[in-house]
Design a protein around this ligand. Structure first.
Ligand code: ZN
Length: 79
């Protein structure tokens, strides 16, 4: 990503995702995105966050860029 992808956040907290990025990720009008903070970065993903192991949409834990649900964390603890 070059400096051509600078955007400003408006007074309602909205930001425009540049067309080139939407095209690269195949994101279209009304698509769902999810976002999270990773260190100093805002990471935006297409679609919902899902548990890395089981696909559950009820995310309670994050390790780096991976998400885990309570059930899978419990399973890991019981190993
Ligand atoms: Zn899970």
């Amino acid at each position: 990503m070059g400096k051509g992808n600078l955007s400003k956040i408006d007074n309602l907290g909205r930001v425009v995702i540049p067309k080139s990025i939407r095209k690269a990720l195949n994101i279209e009008h009304n698509d769902e995105i999810s976002m999270y903070v990773d260190g100093e970065s805002l990471v935006i993903n297409k679609g919902y966050r899902v548990c890395t192991l089981c696909g559950s949409k009820v995310i309670k834990h994050q390790i780096g860029a991976k998400f885990l649900c309570d059930k899978c964390v419990k399973n890991i603890k019981d190993l």
